[in-house]
Design a protein around this ligand. Structure first.
Ligand SMILES: Cc1ncc(COP(=O)(O)O)c(C=O)c1O
Length: 382
């Protein structure tokens, strides 16, 4: 069978994936950046003490849902925080596929960074509209595309992530705003999946931290990462909010988030907002860890966040490195194609506010044991 042939070639190329089982070491895999998920038992106690009897299923799409209480309460809270209209979506994947495909109509051009998340790529593909891409964070290239093409379209959407999920580096959001302001028809679409909870005074993301929230036209946040909840939301203008309700198919044609989950999301975000000290701690920890990794590998790391990649250069090497870390009691998954391009396979290390420098010394010792020479020999390839 053709599908079995595909599995065989994936295996040969060291790219066959399976669902990991029994991971129990120091967790450098999950996106529980503020360690709220790790405090689940304690938080659950408080949550269920004040638990409102929110149903475990919405039993219908949002447009047909009888009980809107929890959804409305979370949207209202987020709307006050962002100063924008908020639309809850079932997941970050639903948000990006729904919003980007809805925006892809004749007369619209979507220009995206080459390293955007798969869910954004899928949304753009679903839209079958006109598209262009610029090299990662290359603002000169973006300007060139805009100079050449912007005047031929009614609207141009520039789609980026604020913190890139596999490299941990940041998008030059302030420059993007300056570029957008040179054109009357350019709109900014920013996925803050990895910045929400971690960046900004209240944890609203990188746009909050830079004081440019009003300039971001469509902002996407998923609640399965620092929030330790589930779902996602779009923060946007009143007009686009209504547009997505009417035209985003993943919103219209899917059962809404369970009200109980929405109540949990709200409870967790209320916790997250006040975690300023933890945000500062995580930033300092990440900076320290990144510098130590650079010293060990002899390679410069572009990350400016809690996500720190250690490059391997091949799938087999990435697997080897993950095994070395696992033997040292550290869980880190190898990242391979198609998540990253061939030759840029890596370990993606994801730090969180509950970690200590002592714990991370174990990780550094394991990386050190992998060997400086092999890491340094990769430098020319990246
Ligand atoms: C940048 C980005 N956007 C969207 C998503 C999808 O979010 P969700 O897991 O809520 O579907 C992810 C998650 O992996 C992501 O990294």
């Amino acid at each position: 069978m053709i599908y079995e042939d595909i599995l065989s070639s994936l295996k040969e190329e060291n790219r066959l994936r399976s669902i990991p089982d029994g991971l129990g070491g120091l967790d450098l895999i999950s996106n529980d950046y503020m360690s709220l998920g790790a405090k689940y038992a304690q938080l659950c106690g408080i949550f269920f003490d004040q638990f409102i009897e929110a149903p475990m299923s919405a039993s219908a799409s949002r447009l047909l849902q009888r009980n809107q209480k929890e959804h409305n309460a979370l949207e209202k809270m987020l709307s006050e925080l962002y100063g924008k209209s908020i639309l809850l979506m079932n997941s970050g994947y639903h948000a990006n596929t729904g919003a980007l495909s809805a925006l892809s109509i004749p007369g619209t051009l979507i220009i995206s960074d080459k390293l955007i998340h798969a869910s954004m790529i899928d949304g753009i593909r679903l839209g079958h509209g006109d598209t262009a891409r610029f090299a990662h964070n290359d603002m000169r290239m973006l300007r060139k595309i805009l100079q050449k093409k912007a005047s031929s379209y009614k609207s141009v959407i520039v789609a980026v992530e604020s913190v890139y999920s596999m490299d941990g580096d940041l998008s030059p959001l302030a420059e993007l705003v300056a570029i957008k302001n040179d054109y009357p028809n350019v709109f900014l679409y920013v996925d803050e999946a990895h910045a929400f909870g971690v960046f900004g005074d209240k944890g609203l993301g990188l746009a909050e931290e830079l004081g440019i929230l009003p300039e971001i036209d469509i902002l996407i946040v998923t609640l399965g990462k620092a929030t330790a909840g589930y779902g996602a939301f779009i923060a946007t203008s009143e007009a686009l909010h209504s547009y997505f309700i009417n035209c985003a198919r993943s919103f219209i044609f899917s059962t809404a988030l369970p009200p109980s989950i929405v109540a949990w999301d709200k409870f967790m975000i209320e916790n997250l907002i006040g975690m300023r000290d933890e945000r500062i701690y995580l930033r300092e920890l990440s900076e320290w860890f990144r510098k130590r990794v650079e010293d060990i590998t002899g390679m410069e790391c572009q990350s400016r966040s809690q996500i720190i990649p250690v490059h391997a250069g091949s799938a087999s090497r990435a697997i080897e490195m993950a095994t070395t870390l696992r033997d040292a009691g550290v869980d880190a998954l190898p990242i391979r194609r198609p998540t990253v391009a061939a030759g840029t396979e890596r370990l993606r290390l994801s730090l969180s506010a509950g970690m200590t420098r002592e714990e991370l010394e174990t990780v550094l010792a394991a990386i050190n044991s992998i060997g400086r020479t092999s890491c340094a020999s990769l430098q020319g390839q990246l």
